[in-house]
Design a protein around this ligand. Structure first.
Ligand code: BEZ
Length: 219
């Protein structure tokens, strides 16, 4: 099939999160004023009343207290009306007892989806893909995930990635493969010969060599 012209913008890691106003299940919001001094995890789903989306949204709802503990607000989005969102939230609550207690954007005009590259027409022309944007308190985009319509996301990985970003910022370190809370972290490699010599003599670190060294962090 020929490529369809993609009119949506693709934000990148390091960009300022595009600002927007939107109608949500918790009222109107202006993104630049939403969640001041907090992290935001913004995620899109293809459609209300669909099975994979219901499992994912329930996953966010069930683990909301873990996002709260990480000073992070959740905000969902799909190209459905506010009435569809309200009906779906109520339906899931009645069927399973799970309540989606975070704003879900009703992006009927696709304005926000296009701003965030959530519309990927070769995957679907009418539904947002499963995107996750990790946005820091300065409203900078720090990590982006895009999943197709037919594969649900992994809540452990979303939380792990969020905690890794926050820990990296706090301790000025990097996170190795499969890092999780409590594991050792990577000390940034030396940038000068002097720093390299000092690193080689440093016995407090777990070292493979001067360029790969790990340390424990508190908490
Ligand atoms: C789902 O959430 O189950 C779904 C939504 C759109 C396309 C395929 C699956």
């Amino acid at each position: 099939m020929d490529n369809i012209e993609v009119k949506s913008f693709m934000p990148r890691i390091g960009d300022q999160a595009p600002d927007f106003e939107a109608v949500t299940t918790k009222g109107k919001i202006k993104f630049s004023e939403f969640a001041k001094d907090k992290w935001v995890v913004m995620f899109s789903h293809p459609a209300d009343f669909t099975p994979v989306c219901t499992t994912e949204m329930s996953g966010f709802a069930n683990r909301k207290s873990e996002f709260d503990a990480l000073n992070t607000e959740l905000i969902g989005l799909s190209i459905d009306s506010i009435h569809a969102h309200l009906g779906w939230v109520n339906n899931v609550k009645e069927n399973t007892g799970v309540y989606f207690d975070f704003p879900i954007i009703a992006d009927l005009d696709m304005k926000v989806s296009k701003l965030y590259g959530m519309l990927q027409p070769n995957e679907s022309e009418t539904a947002a893909v499963r995107a996750v944007f990790f946005i820091d308190p300065s409203k900078k985009i720090r990590l982006i995930m895009y999943y197709p319509l037919n594969v649900g996301r992994n809540m452990d990985e979303i939380l792990r990635a969020l905690e890794a970003l926050q820990t990296s910022d706090k301790y000025k370190v990097a996170m190795p493969l499969d890092w999780k809370k409590g594991d050792k972290v990577i000390v940034p490699p030396p940038k000068t010969l002097e720093e390299m010599e000092a690193r080689l003599k440093d016995d407090t670190l777990e070292k493979v060599d001067w360029y790969l060294a790990k340390k424990e962090i508190a908490g």
